[in-house]
Design a protein around this ligand. Structure first.
Ligand SMILES: C[S@@+](CC[C@H](N)C(=O)[O-])C[C@H]1O[C@@H](n2cnc3c(N)ncnc32)[C@H](O)[C@@H]1O
Length: 447
């Protein structure tokens, strides 16, 4: 292992004392932690146009992997392939916990690297097909330096899964961080003489003390239901409310930085919020319960503008989870009949989906989607429920449409593929409940 020498000392000290996310490796005997972006069918759909087999020496890097959630999930899914997962972190305490989890699971496809991700250009680790960097870049003094280090080891056809903090949803968090900086600085005199650990203990105790007494009008209290970390022990309290280096991004800032801003990286961005997919970034879904008079005009705006507005409308996006690729063609194309559609993230069958979408006799209806908390109007179209009924995760659209036409009893000619493609997909795909796979992609990418 190389030694990290390029990091913020306060940040490293925090993650040595308080590895994140807090975990007990023994829990891996009982359950598996799934991370939203690392499901192989999601990676395949958004990063490899549904064509990735994960069989050809696939290489994944988890940069700032912490206690190992993404690493373990990837390694579990890839364990019957020749893929390699590299877990890199500057906190040895975090690596030790992640490594113990892997031992408990009998995983042998992970390489452990104790280093700063800023040193990636010179570590000689080779190129990666997929890089996860979740909850890390926003803790760097220079996030773009970190991002460029990641890009330097990304294969030409590779993709990244990123998570960074979101500004609007964390408004109360930043007020609380600011408050705690003042309180902790003001009450420092007279507290016990300070090893770093005791200083962290003191700050955490002050935070808990204050949290228990804040009035309901406090901005963190108003939005407390959006946040979980402060219920996850000391490491969670520190990470959320006491971090020494923490910034956030609006969706527009991300498009500028990673996409087409003046100094942007010219990459393609696909957002997928945990449980909600891109639905919270779409005004028509955010306002779908009771669309305003301007709904159609909003829908006609460019994607970026819609996303920027939706972030402010919904207010509850606390992190931005997104895939970045070098080409928009990395997302599996809807409209190509070779592709196999399949339901994902919920135990949904074609029959169940067909019933939901025919609930209002073919007319638009309000979909109250409980898993995501999104409620919006859906137009099932003329043929939507019939097509959904035939989706079984095995048949391609071509086969589904042929079967539909074979059963056609109408007097007019049966609809062609273009007509059949027009219905239903957008709503279910926006929630990441309906994904695509190219038939050439082998078993590791399957549901
Ligand atoms: C908030 S934790 C996130 C852990 C994990 N990615 C997750 O999402 O659960 C941030 C992690 O990034 C690591 N980290 C921060 N800066 C780093 C750097 N420059 N190089 C490597 N790791 C870093 C920390 O040690 C910590 O484990």
């Amino acid at each position: 292992m190389s030694q990290p020498d390029n990091y913020l000392h306060e940040v490293r000290s925090q993650y040595e004392a308080l590895p994140y996310p807090p975990c007990n490796p023994e829990d891996d005997r009982k359950r598996m932690v799934l991370t939203w972006l690392e499901d192989l069918p999601m990676i395949n759909h958004y990063c490899f146009a549904g064509q990735q087999s994960f069989q050809n020496n696939f290489r994944a890097l988890v940069a700032g992997g912490g206690t190992g959630d993404a690493t373990i999930f990837l390694a579990e899914q890839l364990k019957s392939t020749n893929a390699e997962v590299v877990h890199l972190d500057m906190s040895l305490a975090s690596i030790d916990l992640a490594r113990r989890r892997a031992e408990i699971r009998g995983l042998h496809n992970i390489r452990w690297v104790h280093a700063s991700l800023l040193d990636l250009p010179t570590l000689g680790l080779g190129k990666f097909d997929y890089i996860n960097c979740s909850g890390v870049l926003h803790h760097l003094a220079d996030p773009d330096l970190g991002f460029r280090a990641l890009l330097s080891v990304l294969a030409d056809s590779g993709a990244m899964g990123l998570m960074v903090y979101a500004t609007t949803g964390r408004t109360g968090v930043y007020q609380m961080q600011s408050l705690m900086r003042r309180v902790n600085a003001s009450l420092a005199a007279g507290s016990p003489a300070p090893g770093r650990a005791s200083d962290e203990v003191r700050k955490i105790a002050n935070t808990r003390d204050l949290l228990a007494s804040l009035p309901a009008g406090n901005w963190f209290k108003r939005s407390e239901d959006l946040h979980q970390d402060h219920h996850m022990g000391d490491a969670g309290v520190y990470d959320l409310l006491l971090h020494s280096q923490d910034r956030s991004y609006s969706v527009g800032e991300l498009f500028d930085w990673l996409g087409d801003g003046p100094a942007g990286h010219r990459l393609h961005l696909e957002f997928s919020d945990v449980q909600r997919g891109r639905a919270p970034y779409l005004p028509r879904m955010v306002l779908g319960n009771k669309p305003p008079a301007m709904a159609q005009a909003l829908e006609a705006l460019p994607r970026r503008q819609q996303y920027e507005m939706a972030e402010m409308m919904i207010g509850s996006i606390i992190t931005h989870s997104l895939y970045v690729t070098r080409s928009a063609a990395s997302t599996a194309p809807y409209g190509d009949a070779q592709y196999v559609p399949f339901f994902f993230h919920e135990p949904l069958t074609g029959e169940m989906a067909a019933q939901v979408f025919s609930s209002n006799r073919g007319q638009p209806f309000l979909l109250n989607h409980q898993h995501s908390g999104m409620a919006f109007k859906v137009n099932p179209g003329r043929y939507g429920p019939h097509i959904l009924r035939l989706i079984d995760g095995e048949k391609s659209f071509a086969e589904i449409f042929d079967q539909f036409r074979a059963d056609w009893k109408g007097k007019a000619a049966a609809p062609d593929n273009a007509v059949l493609f027009a219905d239903c997909y957008e709503a279910l795909n926006a929630l990441d409940r309906l994904l695509l796979r190219h038939p050439a992609a082998a078993s590791a990418a399957k549901t």
